[in-house]
Write a protein that binds this ligand. Structure first.
Ligand SMILES: NC(=O)c1ccc[n+]([C@@H]2O[C@H](COP(=O)([O-])OP(=O)(O)OC[C@H]3O[C@@H](n4cnc5c(N)ncnc54)[C@H](OP(=O)(O)O)[C@@H]3O)[C@@H](O)[C@H]2O)c1
Length: 347
């Protein structure tokens, strides 16, 4: 049997993607997808002089809306994916895309998993914090205010990013649907950063007043529309599947939509089914590979909300292995020079 060091759970980003990747599923209605067991759909190879690694991409064929029901049926599928990875020798499993929000960032399955898990959100948050602070710094250098809105601010990633950037921006809007969670976050933000200009909202459209909008929601459909977003805004999207509709944004040359939460990982090759090129990775997948590489697999790593302590630990590992932030725009790599040019022209 082929052996794997680690595994990463993935799922189709839409029904269209499922049918495109596996055409026979055209005949299978969504409610029957629960009958199909997870299986290994691709490899992750890390070429490393001292410790080459092999990871498995474990596919669950359910569609995004089914993950967001957060019910027992999807929890069982995720646990079954973890058992499959364990049977193939994996010591740690990363919860990719919505397989993490489906089980509260891993909290709901932690007790039942016999191998280590990580939701991969510490490295994702680290990369978002770094990128958003760089963009804010570029605006401030031009004597512009950096007014940031985070949609999904109370989530595993969103709350960590909110805390980390609060002291570096001119104003912060935190947005999500549940008012109670927003109020809890707002209280801690106000106590840690007393001078912060903070707005709390349950209305996504309130993000439109910001000039940096971070989209960190876990939803299966479009959350933010382009119509009310003003010229010069940078939209930083980490959602998988994306909560922005490309056709709605593609003609907005005056708004820079970037896909973040990605990294350049020297020596890493992930199966093409993910849409990633060589040495490119989702930050959450990279976190799983880094933990395996460092043999930190005796206990769970990122579970539930991201902590500042885990961000520091994973940043250190990323640095040791040359893993750096990567930004794309509609699948093409975006250089920082392009971002500077956009800010000079529109901001
Ligand atoms: N690029 C990468 O490498 C990478 C890595 C990890 C995660 N991700 C993606 O990042 C996203 C966030 O992940 P997470 O683990 O932080 O999720 P999470 O813990 O479930 O948090 C989601 C946040 O979004 C809010 N939200 C959900 N639906 C919303 C809606 N319709 N309108 C407004 N707010 C909404 C939630 O609050 P309410 O429920 O109160 O609205 C919460 O604040 C997911 O799409 C995930 O797939 C990407």
């Amino acid at each position: 049997m082929k052996k794997y060091d680690f595994a990463f759970i993935v799922h189709p980003r839409s029904r269209k993607e499922l049918v495109r990747s596996f055409p026979p599923f055209w005949f299978v209605p969504n409610f029957l997808l629960y009958l199909f067991s997870p299986r290994i759909i691709g490899d992750i190879v890390l070429t490393h002089e001292r410790r080459p690694l092999r990871g498995a991409l474990v596919g669950i064929v359910n569609v995004p809306a089914q993950f967001l029901k957060r019910d027992e049926k999807i929890k069982k599928k995720i646990l079954s994916a973890i058992r499959l990875a364990q049977n193939y020798g994996a010591n740690i499993v990363g919860l990719g895309s919505l397989s993490s929000p489906a089980v509260s960032g891993g909290l709901d399955i932690q007790a039942e998993s016999l191998i280590a898990i990580t939701n991969g959100n510490a490295l994702t948050a680290a990369v978002v914090i770094q990128d958003v602070q760089s963009i804010a710094g570029m605006l401030q250098k031009k004597n512009k205010k950096a007014n940031v809105a985070i949609i999904g601010a109370t989530g595993s990633i969103g709350q960590a990013v909110s805390h980390a950037i609060a002291g570096h921006v001119d104003s912060l809007s935190i947005i999500a649907r549940k008012k109670e969670s927003l109020d809890v976050l707002a209280d801690t933000l106000r106590s840690h950063s007393p001078g912060l200009m903070l707005t709390v909202s349950t209305t996504v459209a309130d993000a439109e007043t910001a000039n940096i909008i971070v989209v960190a929601t876990s939803h299966h459909e479009t959350v933010l529309h382009s119509a009310g977003v003003v010229e010069g805004t940078v939209v930083y999207d980490i959602t998988q599947p994306s909560n922005l509709k490309k056709s709605d944004w593609i003609r907005r040359d005056d708004v820079l939509v970037m896909q973040g939460g990605l990294v350049h990982f020297p020596g890493l090759q992930v199966s093409k089914i993910t849409g990633l090129d060589d040495e490119e990775s989702f930050a959450c997948l990279a976190e799983t590979a880094l933990l395996s590489l460092a043999q930190r697999t005796s206990e769970d790593f990122s579970v539930g909300h991201v902590t500042a302590e885990n961000i520091k630990k994973i940043e250190k590992l990323a640095k040791q292995h040359g893993v750096t932030s990567l930004i794309k725009k509609w699948n093409n790599v975006l250089e920082w020079d392009n971002i500077i040019m956009f800010i000079e022209k529109y901001a």
